[in-house]
Design a protein around this ligand. Sequence first.
Ligand code: CA
Ligand code: CA
Length: 301
Amino acid sequence: MKFSKLFSQSMFLAIMILLHIVPANADYIVDTGPGLNERGGSALYNTTPVNGDFQFLAVEFFLDRTYTLTDLEGWIYHEDPQNQSSHINFIIYGDGGNIPDVNNELYNQIVTVSSYFAPQWHGLTGLNWTLSSGEYWLAFEVRQPELLGNAMPPGAPNPQPNSAYYNGGNLDVGYLPESLGYGVRIQGTVVSEQVSIDIKPGSFPNSINLKSKGNVPVAILSSPTFDASTVDWGTVEFAGAPALSIGGSPEDVNSDGLLDLVLHFSTQSLNLTSGDTEACLTGKTLSGQEFKGCDSVNIVK
Ligand SMILES: [Ca+2]
Ligand SMILES: [Ca+2]
């Protein structure tokens, strides 16, 4: 019970943090700020690596929509007694409850660090790592027989609520943020989900007379991975026009057993010309996931 209580508090904290640091189209998904500007914190020491035996420090992060991660950074310190460079695997794991699921390694790339440097941001740029909404862990691992001394100084001002330390034998989780507080920055871009739409559901071709004073109905189709009932009407635009406040009752327009959403748009507001053969609809779900779908049109000349 104690553990689950801690977890739910952590979840709440994480959601609060997301709300604060992820305005629409923000670059930073996570930004804890830097750790202390001095040596200290946990070492990553790996003298006898065998399969699955390695050390890592990891922080949990939450995505409330689909992102492509582009930049990962850790606040890292290094002082190698043998004056050798080291290799850190930056790894994204799935969530295994409130620990990294080490059997679900999603992305992995090595960063080489020099034999000595003061605490600084170190990491990867130009990535194309796409993750759907959910809980994940960013782990900093030493998988080679190397030492990364005082690897990550703690003390980041806005630490992630959950972090974990694995020393090859014991997986410890649930440290209070102030005891670890690794510095982590994650950047990414919001990915627009592709959805299917049906302009003038039930009829084809989708003829539109731009002189009409009427409305054009457009169905946003549900699929096993997209629930049209989660659409935030106020964010929907079809060919540049906002949705009218009529209709919108869930109905299954394509008889696949999934309820779809039919919205209406003023023909006079559509940003279409006589040469257009396709029109697109964009919007967001109530949780902020962007989506887009297109269908053919036949502009009546
Ligand atoms: Ca149609
Ligand atoms: Ca349907």
